[in-house]
Design a protein. Structure first.
Lengths: 99, 389
């Protein structure tokens, strides 16, 4: 699978593994919330992702977070599932290069 | 002492990122994961700045900010909102709640650092300014005490006369000064001076003038070779000497003055006025007199001579000296209190004891002014001639 290379400031190196692991946990949480039709939880998760992604250097995570938040507001289950899958794929493919 | 920054965010990823970002600066960093913890930490540590997330469970950022602003302990701490809520109305709400800045997430780390630095710089400048102002205020208060000490501390208690006064500077210290001087066992000197302007510069000139008008400085009384070995200087000569001593170029100030010498045995008085509001002479059951003879303001260097006038007081007569802060006092409509109103009031109160007359003037001024600020120093000196001895 094609790697997605992201350049991130070297001083964040010790925070990245923890951040990505939290996003993996988010994937699980999103799956459960979607099953339970708990759109509020999805909205909060999306909102947080939107806020943190770009700050760490993962613009894509901000985008996905925004889409999840919007999807939750309009109770768009299909859109949310799409976002969830995109997140999963992204986390598998992302490779960090420190500068 | 390093600045303390409190980071409030329910997302641990955000807190870690901010700690890392701000770790570059020389700050003491504190964290809180929700609104309740944020308030507790803020009251405990009194940070110099708060970085505040908006979306938090239970207590949101706006509520936290409001709580901080309402408590005097934390009201002055700058709050920077840091939020993924990026609509204009969110930003407006944040600023209206009392935040000093609003940064949207995802944020640029360099931008956060720069804005934090700016707000801390502003805060430190404010602290410096407040400190300086406090020191100035303390100095002013000390100066006011000194100026008050130049006023009559213990007025000559003589059975022939009563004296009362009011001294209301508009800025803690003022450009008015007055005194009652015992020239010899038969003569009292009354003077009142109004230096142009008010506040510290005018007050400093009053100190100079009041020193010069001490009984033994040679202006009010001079030594003489023949008995009784002193001479009381007439008001006109005193004013002329002061006019030479205090030309406008000396302090950039001029002043008005009235100087009156009263023989307490005979009731005879002689006075001269240098551009000062006319002293009011109240007679029981007779129309009042205005003592307005003299010349123009002190400061012109002795160009124009001063005239004198003599009067004789009878039992029950009262003198009211005042400065123009009384009649020029304007209410919030820009209306002046005016000489007419002042004289009418004095006429209506003329049978009252001196203290009550002066109280009456002050009450009338307050009632007239409504909420208007006092614009100039207000000074009143009253004397009642009780009896010829």
């Amino acid at each position: 699978m094609a790697k997605i290379v992201v350049q991130i400031d070297a001083d964040l190196e010790d925070l990245i593994p923890g951040y990505l692991e939290n996003r993996q946990n988010d994937v699980k949480a999103l799956e459960q919330a979607l099953k339970a039709k708990d759109f509020e939880t999805i909205r909060i998760l999306g909102h947080t992702m939107k806020g943190t992604g770009g700050g760490y250097g993962f613009e894509r995570i901000t985008e996905i977070g925004r889409a999840l938040e919007e999807g939750a507001k309009s109770k768009d289950a299909a859109g949310i599932l799409k976002g969830l899958n995109q997140l999963q794929e992204y986390l598998k493919a992302v490779e960090v290069v420190y500068r | 002492m390093a600045d303390k920054i409190l980071i409030v965010d329910d997302s641990i990823d955000n807190r870690k990122l901010l700690l890392k970002t701000l770790g570059k600066g020389d700050y003491i960093l504190l964290e809180a994961a929700d609104g309740k913890e944020a308030l507790a930490r803020a009251f405990e540590f009194l940070p110099d700045l708060v970085l505040l997330d908006v979306m938090m469970p239970e207590l949101d950022g706006y509520q936290v900010c409001e709580a901080l602003k309402q408590d005097p302990r934390t009201a002055d701490i700058p709050v920077i909102f840091l939020s993924a809520k990026a609509e204009t109305q969110d930003k407006i709400k944040g600023l209206d709640t009392g935040g000093v800045d609003y940064i949207t997430k995802p944020f640029d780390r360099g931008e956060v650092l720069a804005r934090v630095r700016t707000q801390l710089r502003i805060r430190n400048l404010m602290k410096e300014l407040i400190d300086k102002q406090k020191r100035l205020d303390e100095d002013l208060r000390a100066a006011a005490v000194i100026q008050m000490s130049l006023l009559p501390q213990s007025l000559p208690t003589l059975k022939e006369i009563d004296i009362a006064w009011k001294f209301i500077p508009c800025e803690l210290i003022g450009g008015d000064i007055f005194n009652v001087v015992l020239l010899d066992e038969n003569h009292l000197g009354f003077y009142m001076v109004d230096v142009s302007g008010h506040g510290v510069p005018a007050a400093m000139v009053t100190v100079s003038v009041s020193q010069v008008l001490q009984p033994h400085s040679g202006y009010l009384k001079k030594k003489s070779d023949s008995p009784p070995y002193y001479k009381i200087i007439s008001p006109k000569m005193v004013l002329e000497a002061l006019d030479r001593e205090y030309p406008l170029e000396r302090f950039g100030k001029f002043f008005t003055m009235v100087y009156l010498i009263l023989n307490i045995r005979t009731g005879k008085l002689i006075y001269s006025s240098a551009g000062h509001p006319p002293t009011v002479l109240l007679h029981p059951q007779r129309p009042l007199d205005l003592l307005s003879q003299g010349g123009t303001i002190i400061g012109l260097g002795g160009v124009i001579p001063f005239k004198e006038e003599e009067k004789v007081l009878s039992k029950g007569d009262k003198l009211i000296f005042y400065t123009d802060g009384v009649v020029d006092f304007q209410n919030q409509h820009g209306e002046s209190y005016g000489e007419e109103r002042f004289l009418a009031l004095l006429r209506s109160l003329e049978d009252q004891p001196l203290e009550l007359i002066l109280d009456g003037v002050c009450e009338s001024l307050t009632a007239f002014g409504h909420q208007a600020r006092v614009q100039d120093d207000v000074t009143l000196l009253g004397m009642e001639f009780k009896d010829i001895s």
